[in-house]
Ligand binder design. Structure first.
Ligand SMILES: [Zn+2]
Length: 320
């Protein structure tokens, strides 16, 4: 859908769903980082979420709270939690049918699924490991969502595909080097703020036989090099990898071997293959640990979002 059509759909949907109280907050959050008490101005926006084989309708802001709880450690800095809330809301709005999105491709009638493998993770209640901190942590999530109420990340006035990942390991990855299509705001950017992640540098070991079985080159000589990296991306990740049988995309190779990321060095020993990996996840968009690192260095959620989604603006869902 074109941008104009999307905006038209937004207006029509909002009129149908929200009736007259519709807000027109004409401010531009990219230029005006002060925060009014917006919660009283934003009416409930229903979203249909597929959760454990049921279609559940809830307020978008409640959905965002559940995503923040599930997707980011609540011990992260408040500004990082706020950046996560805006990213989660944006990710949902892009897909919501009320805003012209296509809804969940796997479950008719749903806007989005709570399946973390296909969309964003979602926690209905408090995570079990919160324990006696549940009240305190819930208040933090509430605050992060309330203080970003109704805000989304836009590019050219259109909500972005606000993908994110745990730990980039130093540089994020351009979407065009991971998926099929380049995206102007999903570029490789320097991070340098996620070194406190346990996934920043990790070692991973596979037996040679297991790697050969997974890559379907069992006929190769034990202890030999069974793959080679043909091409690396600008951020240093494996883009294309070949075996004697076939060529793998980096993402598929990582999935097949169960590696934390496609950013690795490796060493073939007689019995095992050693991988030294950087980061965790696909590496595209916001680095969550990097968001926390930036927040702890004094940066706001607006700074964080503009860093990981270059060229974008944070704006209210409804604006002039
Ligand atoms: Zn990072």
């Amino acid at each position: 859908m074109s941008r104009k059509l999307f905006l038209l759909a937004m207006v029509v949907s909002s009129c149908l769903i929200l009736l007259p109280a519709l807000l027109v907050r004409g401010c531009d959050w990219g230029l005006t980082p002060s925060l009014p008490n917006a919660s009283e101005l934003v009416p409930a926006i229903p979203i249909v979420v597929y959760i454990e084989e049921e279609l559940v309708t809830m307020d978008l802001e409640d959905y965002v709270k559940g995503v923040v709880k599930a997707e980011m450690p609540v011990s992260f800095h408040l500004e990082a939690l706020k950046a996560q809330a805006v990213a989660a809301r944006t990710y949902a709005v892009l897909r919501m049918r009320a805003f012209g999105g296509s809804g969940c491709e796997h479950h008719p009638g749903a806007d989005i699924t709570a399946d973390a493998q296909r969309a964003q993770a979602f926690a209905s209640g408090a995570p079990a490991d919160w324990g006696r901190q549940t009240y305190h942590y819930s208040a933090l999530v509430e605050q992060a969502v309330r203080e970003t109420d109704g805000l989304i990340v836009t590019y050219d006035d259109y909500p972005i595909d606000a993908v994110y990942h745990s730990t980039c390991g130093g540089h994020t990855e351009a979407a065009g080097d991971v998926w099929q299509q380049a995206v102007p705001y999903l570029l490789s950017v320097e991070c340098g703020h996620c070194s406190h992640s346990r996934y920043y540098r990790t070692n991973y070991t596979l037996t040679w036989e297991e790697a050969a079985r997974l890559l379907q080159v069992a006929g190769a000589s034990p202890g030999s090099e069974i793959f080679r990296i043909d091409k690396t991306s600008a951020s240093g990740r494996a883009h294309t990898i070949s075996t004697e049988r076939e060529t793998w995309r980096g993402l598929d190779f990582r999935t097949r071997l169960g590696l934390p990321s496609t950013h690795f060095n490796h060493e073939v020993c007689p019995d095992v293959i050693l991988f030294q990996c950087q980061g965790w996840g696909h590496g595209v968009g916001m680095c969550q640990y990097g968001a926390d690192g930036l927040a702890r260095s004094g940066r706001s959620f607006l700074d964080i979002l503009s860093h990981y989604y270059p060229g974008t603006r944070v704006r209210p869902i409804f604006h002039e």
